[in-house]
Design a binder for this molecule. Structure first.
Ligand code: SF4
Ligand code: SF4
Length: 289
């Protein structure tokens, strides 16, 4: 959404570079201000939605507007607004490369049968520029691979990598390079799919296996987690009970000389329906001193 808005407000990449390099004019100020306001609005919507998971959002929004909300609500909405704005607007691919744990997981989970975004090296190399008028067959006959080395796949990549160097942990599988390369292939009159979803085995002409021990292991682990989650939800007691020692008074001495401690009992009904609770004493303690 951030990138889409930037594209709408400031234009495509080359226009944005030109805008950044030109001195501050009224038009530049207008576009930049509009972009940052739009980004901040999305960031605020993200922050408010997140806090809305924990506070009823129908109350939260008017409370925020009328300064009636709890201090923590302002803090968390502000926190997520600022960090969404910074992460998505300014840090961008740095978040994917250095902060997101998924990038580290994926290299452990992948194998040679995993469907990934790949560059077909056998088809694309030797890469190189050539005359547009050259047909596919003529280019092949002259020893060219299908990659015309236009660099478009690198330019559109949100994490700034070159997929032609092979699978890299920075790849977030957004497939932008597939679309970019397909458009180049269309213009050149070459078959699409120089960059495509495929497996390492398929690229080497070997069969791809769908059912394999690793995948079955992941499926079993996933089913166990779903089962545990369903059991936890089903077994949840919709009640929160707290007994807090009265802090102002250490103890009381009753008329018959017994020592009594004072507790505050807090019962919270977490169900949507009303309930009646009974509190029973099941054990009594007598203090001798
Ligand atoms: S977009 Fe396609 S043709 Fe252009 S450099 Fe990338 S792989 Fe080669
Ligand atoms: S799939 Fe996305 S992140 Fe991965 S190389 Fe292509 S453009 Fe870059």
């Amino acid at each position: 959404m951030f990138i889409w808005l930037e594209h709408r407000i400031e234009g495509p990449r080359n226009k944005r570079i030109k805008l950044d390099n030109q001195p501050l004019t009224g038009e530049k100020l207008r576009r930049k201000t509009l972009k940052h306001i739009a980004w901040l609005l999305i960031a605020f919507a993200t922050g408010a939605t997140f806090v809305g998971y924990f506070t009823p959002i129908r109350d939260l929004m008017p409370d925020l507007a009328t300064l009636q909300a709890h201090g923590w609500s302002y803090f968390w909405v502000g926190f997520f607004t600022v960090f969404t704005y910074l992460n998505a607007g300014w840090l961008r691919e740095q978040v994917c490369i250095y902060m997101c744990p998924y990038a580290r997981f994926q290299s452990v989970m992948f194998d040679r049968d995993t469907l990934i975004v790949s560059y077909d090296t056998a088809r694309g190399e030797p890469r190189g520029r050539r005359k547009r008028s050259l047909s596919h067959e003529e280019a092949r006959a002259e020893g060219h691979g299908d990659c015309i080395d236009c660099d478009l796949c690198v330019q559109v990549c949100p994490t700034g990598i070159d997929i032609r160097d092979g699978l890299q942990y920075e790849c977030i599988t957004c497939a932008a390079c597939i679309d970019a390369c397909d458009s180049v292939m269309d213009k050149m009159g070459y078959p699409r799919g120089l960059i495509r979803y495929t497996t390492e085995n398929a690229l080497e002409g070997k069969p791809t296996h769908i059912l394999r021990p690793r995948l079955i292991g992941y499926l079993v682990a996933l089913l166990v987690m779903i089962g545990a989650f369903a059991w936890a939800v089903n077994d949840r007691m919709p009640l929160n009970f707290e007994a807090e020692r009265e802090r102002t008074e250490l103890y009381q001495v009753t008329r018959d000389g017994q020592i009594s401690n004072v507790y505050n009992l807090i019962v919270r009904n977490l169900d949507k329906r009303d309930h009646t609770y009974q509190l029973r004493r099941f054990r009594s303690c007598r203090a001798d001193t």
